[in-house]
Design a binder for this molecule. Structure first.
Ligand SMILES: Cc1cc2nc3c(=O)[nH]c(=O)nc-3n(C[C@H](O)[C@H](O)[C@H](O)COP(=O)(O)O)c2cc1C
Length: 270
């Protein structure tokens, strides 16, 4: 079956146009809400019901994805022994990273965040969600197929997940131990799957802090052509303007033959 044959349009199911004022108010409300999301690294051990995490993952799955393949796998880990294994494996990598593997420039970039190789939150937070990207995966009817735009699709889904967790009243850390291939073995994933993010989720610990540096956000900026070295000053000079001359009266011809003759011999256009 060709893709054209399998294409079946259905009416847009749930769009509702909003009055401009409501649009503006909603955009403002979303901005206010998202501005109150902060990456947290001090987690409470307080439990969070699993169904809330699952609903947030369903929300993540609504994200756009290349060819509507769902090139992701969300592994939800709440088991203390598995979290301990993940912490131990992550800290092995992080010790090497902070001891120099990252390079001076990267470590300098991380300095204002105050992070180090100690990853206690991997055991303290109630949930870890490991998000894998799948280069190939099975369709609903079991056919193994190649996936497209895997990093883009997974990243957008992670953005949806973060927004959903935040909306649900939880805090999270987008953690990326480097490298994190150890997660394939611990989560029982195919070695070809790529772990993208280890999302740490829960409640903040009492007295949790965040780095002041993380509050710096780029403002909206309006650029002028001059910012890009482009000179848009007009270079055309108007010397004079004059009306076009009046049209001469035409003549009536008596036959097609006469018209053709005039076009050929007088106008010279044939
Ligand atoms: C792809 C990605 C990887 C990140 N990896 C880590 C990490 O491994 N450890 C960490 O403490 N924070 C990590 N972060 C969190 C950033 O440091 C944080 O988002 C940034 O400092 C801005 O803070 P905010 O999220 O509160 O706005 C990561 C963020 C992203 C987007």
């Amino acid at each position: 079956m060709t893709s054209t044959a399998s294409y079946q349009p259905v009416p847009l199911p749930d769009y509702r146009e909003l009055p401009l004022e409501e649009m503006r108010a909603n955009a403002e409300a979303v901005y206010t809400e998202m501005r109150a999301r902060h990456t947290v690294r001090d987690f409470s051990t307080r439990p969070v019901p699993r169904d809330i995490i699952e609903t947030c993952i369903l929300a993540a799955g609504t994200a756009p994805k290349g060819a509507n393949h769902q090139p992701w796998h969300f592994a939800v880990i709440g088991d203390a022994a598995i979290k301990k294994r993940i912490r131990e494996a992550a800290e092995v990598e992080e010790r090497a990273f902070y001891a120099g593997r990252a390079g001076e420039e990267w470590l300098a970039a991380l300095a204002p965040l105050g992070t180090d190789e100690n990853k206690a939150f991997l055991e303290e937070a109630p949930w870890l969600i490991c998000i894998f990207g799948e280069r190939r995966s099975r369709s609903a009817d079991g056919v193994l197929r190649k996936n497209y735009y895997v990093p883009e699709s997974v990243s957008i889904a992670c953005g949806f997940l973060i927004a959903a967790l935040h909306r649900a009243g939880l805090v999270m850390l987008t953690h990326t131990p480097n490298p994190m291939g150890f997660l394939n073995e611990i989560c029982g994933r195919d070695p070809h799957d790529k772990p993208y993010i280890l999302m740490v989720v829960g409640y903040p610990k009492d007295g949790a802090t965040i780095p002041a540096h993380a509050l710096e956000k780029k403002p909206l900026d309006e650029k002028t052509p001059a910012d890009y070295g482009v000179d848009v000053a007009p270079r055309l000079k108007v010397l004079k303007t004059e009306e076009p001359g009046g049209r001469k009266a035409g003549v009536k011809v008596k036959s097609v033959a006469e018209l053709v003759d005039k076009l050929k011999n007088e106008a010279g256009v044939l």
